[in-house]
Design a protein around this ligand. Structure first.
Ligand code: GUN
Ligand code: ZN
Length: 410
């Protein structure tokens, strides 16, 4: 298949007219100039860019975006737990899992890391959705065993699934320390150590499976941090609780990290975890103003997440815009030395850096051998030195004319 358009290979440069040949789901050829035959999609003045990757969101929360005026703990109790309880119904869960993939695809998000619900069947629901709309995904059942409605404390850890051709990998997702007992966190740590899959034979032989990703929330709001101090009085700090259970590895995604002390940043850096900044959600729930300088000073790997439903926008360019706006506000009001990411930095985050953070190493870039997870855009503005700024600050999903998923036009 041939696609024609300006190729957004390096966001620091103005993209040149060219074309791509796609074979077996990957980019096989990249050339400047006119294509050798009629393209399947695109045109001379279309733009071809990598699909977006969202490093943190909740498919079961898509229908409750925008339930405003509550802070994190009350919002979980009054909005989120009731919404996730609706996934108790298997058919409902399957319909909504598929709908979440449809909506991500519409927004140009072709890869993501997500939290399901605590129901065992939520894993099957997302596996089925991934068969129909094969987004590249890390997704896991939410693990929680306290401080939530009884119905959500099901807590048999589902069989971890892995889809054909590696488009979906299951992860271990303890929700956050307030909803997890020490026993549950210890069990999660053990399973993380065992890897995937957990066949009886393999375990008997003391063999390790392939390494798993672990996702959780950390230090999102002050009230949450106060509660954690009450529930875990013997731990030095919040991050240390996860570390004590062996949950911090280079495959750990820690969402939020708004209220951390320096020694916690150091620990996260030492364990080489990824911190997922969720700017829209932090503003929506009034959780706090993320400190990009801390992450940079400690050399922590950073990713960006919509955190829908606390975030109210699936479109990753708009999440990138929220990151820049929050950083500008921080600089104007809290810290004149606050780093404000450039549009190019933000664009790289929502494409190649998020992809790398999630282990999707051949995604988020246009290069020979990369996976053909691409978007074709039609833009109402000039393709000049301000292209990336315009893309991020004026983004609308209507810019997308085609979505190329795993080498096929979706
Ligand atoms: N902390 C624990 N659970 C959640 C959740 O579902 N959303 C957000 N934003 N924070 C959480
Ligand atoms: Zn979240």
């Amino acid at each position: 298949m041939i696609l024609q358009g300006r190729l957004l290979i390096d966001p620091k440069q103005i993209p040149k007219e060219g074309w791509l040949r796609i074979e077996n789901g990957h980019i096989a050829e990249i050339e400047q100039g006119s294509p050798p035959k009629e393209p399947e999609a695109g045109s001379r003045d279309a733009m071809i860019c990598p699909g977006f990757v969202d490093a943190h969101l909740h498919p079961p929360q898509f229908d409750v975006m925008g339930c405003d005026r509550l802070e994190l703990l009350d919002w979980l109790d009054r909005v989120i737990y009731p919404a996730e309880t609706r996934w108790s119904d298997k058919a409902f869960a399957e319909t909504h899992a598929l709908d979440s993939h449809r909506r991500m695809l519409a927004a140009g998000t072709l890869g993501y890391a997500g939290f399901l619900t605590s129901h065992e069947h939520s894993v099957m629901a997302i596996t089925k959705a991934a068969q129909q709309i094969p987004l590249r995904a890390l997704a896991g059942q939410v693990l929680m065993d306290r401080h939530a409605p009884e119905e959500l404390l099901e807590n048999r850890i589902a069989r971890l699934a892995r889809s054909e051709k590696g488009r979906l990998d299951c992860t271990l997702n303890p929700r956050f320390a307030p909803a997890c007992s020490d026993d549950l966190l210890a069990d999660t740590g053990r399973r993380l150590g065992e890897g995937f899959p957990f066949s009886f034979k393999q375990r008997e032989a003391g063999e390790k499976g392939t390494e798993l990703f672990m996702q959780t929330h950390l230090a999102e709001s002050r009230a949450e941090c106060d509660l954690v101090r009450e529930l875990f009085p013997d731990d030095e700090h919040y991050t240390g609780i996860y570390d004590r259970h062996g949950l911090l590895t280079n495959r750990t995604l820690l969402a939020h990290c708004v209220h951390l002390a320096d020694d916690e940043w150091e620990l996260i850096a030492a364990r080489n975890c990824v911190v997922v900044h969720c700017p829209g959600a932090n503003t929506f729930l009034q959780s706090g103003v993320f400190d990009l300088n801390k992450a940079r000073a400690h050399g922590v790997r950073l990713a960006l997440g919509s955190d829908v439903g606390a975030g109210c926008d699936l479109a990753m360019p708009r999440v990138a815009r929220a990151m820049i706006e929050v950083a500008k506000l921080r600089r104007m009001t809290i810290d004149p030395s606050a780093h404000v990411p450039t549009s190019v930095e933000a664009w790289n985050l929502i494409t190649r850096h998020n992809a790398q953070a999630l282990g999707f190493h051949d995604m988020g870039r246009i290069e020979k051998g990369a996976s053909a997870d691409l978007l074709i855009l039609r833009l109402p503005f000039a393709c000049d030195a301000h292209l990336i700024g315009r893309l991020i600050h004026t983004w609308r999903d209507e810019y997308i004319t085609h979505r190329v998923l795993n080498g096929r036009i979706a």
